[in-house]
Write a protein that binds this ligand. Structure first.
Ligand code: S3P
Ligand code: PEP
Length: 423
């Protein structure tokens, strides 16, 4: 038998009371790094997340020719000539979807590979889109090679982005550097995670790039980026609100109170939606002087919710729902089958293995609360599966989370931060 790395999730003996400062957002950090590498001068990034996904982005951009200085949360990024490189994507969607368009601008071949599980994640949409706008790409999934030709024609491309918003974000982030910019038209079922595309558009605009998004253009589902320079920016990264949701959930399920400082007043991060979700489930949420505080009720209630725009929150919401006093229906998240793992299957299997009653539907999960018991919670190399196990472990004695270390994808000190909830 092989060695299984298990972590005994702490049971909350009393309501959790804590203030938790979260490190920077993965999504904002990795966008800032790409834009800084493509800019026409040096940028700084403060409050950068340092985690597996962001370190992979840093190593990849350095390999491509970018100078990135600083080993902490303050980074100085100086763009360089983009050239041949070998890129390890790990399991990071942002690396495998944001960098192929950058690689197309390099002066030679750029080989991409990643974790075993990453080879299952959908990529053909963006690789085909790159071919359609003049890039030379060999392969349709990891491993693949982009043979950079120092420039990309750009122009109009129609894609089906119903599998991931990152296909659109990836194309838009580099497009100002294409000869003709880009006009991306989506055709297919609705695009998920739209706030993440708004995040891309907002950050491009902050870097001086002209972008038309569907809300302003006459054409639905169409984004247009004009060719032109990407300006250097001093980026200040917001805390990662998706990672914050697990800690806020700790208050919600134990009847305690957790506060997260530096919660942005206005943000495109999907994690902001946890405020409404927790209120709907019966928690009290207060936002005072930039600090978000959640106070848990005696008992949480179920929720009927479309998570299409905020799919990243599903593992947290599923854990909350499994501990509620009435059924929940989580809808609009078929695309989660292409995340780090098939999250719909993983959540169903793992909650049911503890005695739960979850049914996987075509586009989500039906969760009927049932008494849960001890057992091993498998993570499937998915950071958010691991944190969902930790949430359940607060209320169910004897949950052992296998591969808790996988949380390092976006939060290297997860266990330290989680254990600090009890001091
Ligand atoms: O652009 C981004 O930073 C992200 C977009 C979303 O991807 P999908 O649209 O594939 O869900 C999200 O789930 C992922 O965690 C991060
Ligand atoms: C889907 C996720 O990550 P990725 O950026 O790898 O797609 C996630 O963090 O929930």
């Amino acid at each position: 038998m092989g060695y299984v790395d298990v972590w005994r999730a702490p049971l909350a003996q009393a309501p959790v009371h804590a203030t938790v400062a979260l490190p920077g957002s993965k999504s904002i950090t990795n966008r800032a790094l790409v834009l800084a590498a493509l800019a026409d001068g040096p940028s700084t990034i403060t409050g950068a997340l340092r985690s597996r996904d962001t370190n992979l982005m840093i190593y990849a951009l350095r390999a491509l020719g970018t100078d990135i200085d600083g080993d902490g949360t303050v980074l100085r990024v100086t763009p360089g000539q983009l050239g041949s490189a070998d890129i390890d994507c790990g399991l990071a969607g942002t690396v495998m979807r944001f960098l192929p368009p950058v690689a197309a601008l390099a002066s030679g071949p750029v080989a991409f590979d990643g974790d075993e599980q990453a080879r299952q994640r959908p990529l053909d949409t963006i690789l085909n889109a790159l071919r359609a706008i003049g890039a030379d790409v060999d392969g349709n999934a990891l491993p693949f090679t982009v043979v950079g030709g120092a420039s990309v024609a750009g122009g109009t491309v129609t894609i089906d982005a119903s599998g991931s918003s990152q296909f659109v974000s990836g194309l838009l982030l580099s497009a100002a550097r294409f000869d003709d910019g880009i006009r991306v038209h989506h055709s297919g079922k609705p695009v998920p995670s739209m706030p993440h595309i708004e995040m891309t558009v907002d950050m491009l605009r902050a870097a001086g790039v002209r972008v038309e998004s569907p809300s302003e253009s006459t054409e639905a589902d169409t984004w247009i980026v004009s060719p032109g320079p990407i300006r250097p920016v001093d980026w200040a990264v917001e805390p990662d609100l998706s990672n914050a949701t697990a800690f806020l959930a700790a208050a919600a399920v134990t009847g305690g109170q957790v506060s997260v400082p530096s919660w942005p007043v206005k943000t495109t991060q999907p994690g902001d939606a946890i405020r409404d979700i927790l209120e709907q489930m019966g928690a009290h949420v207060a936002y005072i002087d930039g600090t978000l505080s959640v106070t848990g009720p005696k008992q949480l209630h179920g929720i009927d919710i479309d998570l299409h725009d905020i799919g990243e929150l599903t593992p947290t919401v599923a854990a909350l729902a499994a501990l509620a006093d009435s059924p929940s229906w989580l809808r609009g998240i078929a695309h989660l089958r292409g995340h780090e793992t098939d999250r719909l299957a993983a959540l169903t299997t793992e909650i049911n293995a503890l005695g739960g009653n979850v049914t996987e539907t075509e586009d989500g999960l039906d969760i009927v609360p049932a008494p849960l018991h001890d057992g091993v919670w498998h993570s499937y190399a998915d950071h958010r599966m691991a944190t969902a196990g930790a949430i359940l472990g607060l209320c169910v004695d004897g949950i052992e989370v296998e591969d808790i270390g996988t949380t390092a994808k976006t939060l290297p000190d997860f266990t330290g931060m989680w254990e600090s909830l009890f001091h």
